[in-house]
Write a protein that binds this ligand. Structure first.
Ligand code: CO
Length: 132
């Protein structure tokens, strides 16, 4: 069901420092910060030849990554995103298999439908599915 790895999202406590690390130390192609008020994050997209990295930094008072950064003050991998061809079919399949789907299908930072899955059902990793 899942296809390509679309991105790995890393929550960071210092966006400028993380940008400098990826751009200058690792030599990656790093985009400009984008505020995503609907998602409570500022995102920086890093384009790699085969996938993307997304740096996530809290935006606003109720950012969904604030708790994660409180538990992981140095930052860390927040979620991984796999591509699916049909997100509604994927959701129905997962629910039928007893997996916990977090909330409803939403429009993600790329303007595509996304869905999040409970980390306890996926080896301790928050999983995002994105329909291309
Ligand atoms: Co994501």
């Amino acid at each position: 069901m899942i296809g390509n790895l679309n991105h790995v999202a890393i929550a960071v406590p210092d966006l400028d420092a993380a940008v400098a690390t990826y751009r200058d130390t690792l030599g990656a192609s790093v985009g400009a910060p984008q505020d995503e008020p609907d998602h409570g994050v500022t995102v920086v997209f890093i384009t790699l030849p085969n996938t993307k990295i997304e740096l996530l930094y809290p935006l606003g008072d109720n950012s969904p990554i604030a708790g994660f950064l409180a538990r992981n003050p140095g930052g860390g991998i927040h979620h991984i995103c796999y591509e699916v061809a049909d997100i509604e079919a994927a959701r129905d399949h997962l629910l039928a298999r007893g997996a916990r789907v977090l909330g409803d299908i939403k429009t993600g930072a790329h303007g595509k439908p996304v869905l999040f899955l409970h980390p306890k059902d996926f080896t301790g990793t928050l999983v995002e599915l994105e329909q291309l």
